[in-house]
Design a protein around this ligand. Structure first.
Ligand code: UDP
Length: 328
């Protein structure tokens, strides 16, 4: 199937592009390369340099490549930044996605796979969190994902759109020579590994006064290659079913910030320095997924999402790409 991958030069998108190729699909990447990397796109995959907010450019890509499905990875992703610049997040993560969805429907493309987030839940009342939990994001980032899911639901009911919305928990790890290269980097595992490499002076833990087992935040880390499998299965679902689906993608295991730091010290064999800092605004204390629905509806199986494998694969990437793609 021809799949237009919006944001396919980014971290998760570029791993998904490779998985689509392996399964005989034909991905086309649409990316403005503001945060994505040209080197992350396999040379044989067409790369359209385009902005999601540009309706004409987008329509041209639909005419030229006639995709049968669309995947969207092109969101701003930093919850902390969304607390400082909420308007930017609503513009890019909501308004531009609506432009995309309307363009799809104008071209009779009705299959859509959306990168949603655990951030839609905020601080849930009970863990592991299921898809039926109340949505009450603690930051604008999560709110943008919930807003798009609302738009999807209505377009699904009224305009013939069919979608799978995948609520990722904490994507991490490296696969197929693709790893995390964000600028600036804000995610815990890359920051920890950059500290192990001596590229940062220390890791700062954002708060140790949360109501968790060691006072630091608990997150559910899921390997990027397991996420990629789920996207391919979501395409199969949209081919076989007349329905839409919203599901969590997590490992069903929680690791605290301190546990991530300790695992990284063990795996790298490096005793890098750690500092204690204040809480980061907008951070929920604990979030762990139930992924039962993804397993039942998509047939998803996790193969690489132990914390050990996530950190070991990420370490291999950071060790060999200390300056990210600029190293190669
Ligand atoms: N975190 C931290 N120090 C850092 C970066 C992150 O203590 O330098 C914490 C952060 O507060 C959160 C967890 O690590 O509790 C995971 O943060 P990340 O930004 O990787 O993902 P998020 O959960 O925000 O999507």
């Amino acid at each position: 199937m021809k799949v237009l991958v919006i944001g396919g030069a980014g971290y998760i998108g570029s791993v998904v592009v490779r998985e689509l190729q392996r399964r005989g699909h034909e991905p086309v990447v649409y990316d403005n390369l503001r945060t994505g990397h040209r080197e992350a796109v396999p040379p044989e995959v067409p790369l359209v340099l385009g902005d999601l907010a540009d309706r004409d450019q987008l329509a041209t890509a639909f005419q030229r490549y006639a995709p049968e499905a669309v995947m969207h990875f092109a969101a701003f992703i930093e919850a902390g930044e969304s607390m400082r610049f909420p308007g930017r997040f609503f513009a890019n993560n909501v308004a531009s996605v609506i432009t995309l969805l309307n363009t799809m429907l104008d071209h009779d493309v009705t299959r859509f796979v959306f990168s949603s987030s655990a951030a839609v839940y905020g601080d849930p009342d009970s863990l592991p969190v299921t898809e039926t939990a109340f949505l009450r994001s603690t930051n604008p980032y999560g709110e943008t994902k919930a807003m798009v899911e609302t738009v999807l639901r209505w377009l699904g009911e009224l305009s013939g759109l069919r979608y799978v919305s995948l609520r990722y928990f904490n994507a991490a790890g490296a696969a197929d020579g693709v790893g995390e290269d964000h600028s600036p980097e804000t995610h815990l595992i890359p920051i920890v590994l950059q500290s192990a490499l001596g590229l940062r002076e220390a890791v700062t833990i954002y708060g140790d006064d949360y109501p968790t087992r060691d006072g630091t935040c608990i997150r559910d880390y899921v390997h990027v290659s397991d996420l990629a499998q789920a996207h391919a299965l979501a395409l199969d679902y949209l081919t076989a079913q007349e329905r839409s689906l919203v599901c969590n993608l997590g490992s069903e295991q929680g690791a605290s910030v301190r546990e991530v730091v300790e695992a990284a010290r063990r795996i790298t064999g490096i005793d890098f320095p750690v500092l204690m800092g204040p809480r980061r605004e907008g951070d929920p204390a604990s979030i762990i997924a139930s992924s039962q629905r993804a397993m039942e509806a998509l047939g998803w199986r996790r193969e690489h999402s132990s914390l050990e494998e996530i950190i070991a694969s990420a370490w291999e990437w950071h060790r060999t790409h200390p300056r990210g793609y600029a190293s190669s």
